[in-house]
Ligand binder design. Structure first.
Ligand SMILES: C[S@@+](CC[C@H](N)C(=O)[O-])C[C@H]1O[C@@H](n2cnc3c(N)ncnc32)[C@H](O)[C@@H]1O
Length: 239
């Protein structure tokens, strides 16, 4: 079993996140559907609409994992060149099988989001679905998104903000902290990974703070909450 990713040292955290996703890769898609009760599909559709609104010719899906979001993008914009990048080969391998089964041409490539292996200005849109929270350095991730975007390009981040106050927030917190780790641990055989998930969400910046980080990078930003604030779409335009 892998250990729960460290939160301190950046290099160690990156390596722990890599090991964790390598171990849960075979069950990742199934768990996504079960733990979100299928709602994640609608969130991805809404985020894809934002990413494709400016008709990008080249799209980079960072932390693409098993390529669900990259495939959603390619399905909606068959004319666009879609590249998915991730630093866990086991996740990418599953994504390639899915792309082949659906006859969708996406290029799935190994790469670290904090040091993207692409030249400046090489994409018109950069997307990241449920990957950003795992980065060891958010500012560095954002500055890489900015660097590989062409002027006029758009970054779209789909994430789980920390649950808000109130009854729904409390109920969701309970689900996240007590039920999700048990279901995730049982199905994946990796209990550590599914205690890491709620811990990483609770430690993640709230939407206002993430927006300020994006603005500090240079993006013009907006965000909207989905499903009572369980998920959030952040849009950053490089004007
Ligand atoms: C929760 S999964 C999300 C995968 C996919 N985007 C989706 O929507 O299902 C998070 C992914 O982020 C990747 N990841 C985390 N940190 C990364 C980094 N620094 N560089 C590249 N990939 C990273 C992990 O390998 C994992 O595949």
């Amino acid at each position: 079993m892998t250990k729960r990713p460290a939160v301190g040292d950046k290099q160690e955290r990156g390596q722990d996140v890599q090991a964790m996703f390598a171990s849960i890769a075979p069950r990742y898609d199934l768990l996504n559907r079960v733990l979100s009760l299928g709602v994640d599909r609608g969130w991805r559709r809404a985020a894809a609409q934002e990413a494709l609104a400016l008709s990008p010719a080249r799209v980079l899906d960072v932390a693409t994992g098993t390529a669900d979001f990259a495939l959603e993008l390619k399905t909606r914009a068959p004319q666009a060149e879609v590249v998915g990048s991730d630093f866990v080969p086991e996740m990418l391998a599953i994504g390639r099988q899915k792309a082949a089964a659906r006859h969708l041409q996406v290029s799935l490539e190994e790469g670290d989001a904090l040091n993207l292996p692409y030249p400046d200005g090489s994409f018109d849109a950069v997307t990241c679905a449920f990957g950003f929270r795992n980065f060891a350095d958010y500012e560095r991730g954002l500055s890489e998104f900015w660097r590989v975007l062409a002027p006029g390009g758009r970054a779209v981040i789909l994430e789980f903000p920390p649950p808000g106050p109130g009854l729904f927030g409390a109920a969701f917190r309970f689900y996240f902290q007590h039920l999700l780790p048990r279901i995730g641990g049982l199905v994946s055989g990796n209990a550590a990974a599914y205690t890491y998930l709620p811990a990483s969400v609770l430690a993640f910046p709230d939407p206002q703070r993430l927006e300020r980080l994006m603005q500090a990078t240079g993006f013009r930003t907006r965000h909207r909450l989905l499903t009572f604030g369980i998920a959030a779409i952040h849009v950053g335009d490089k004007l």
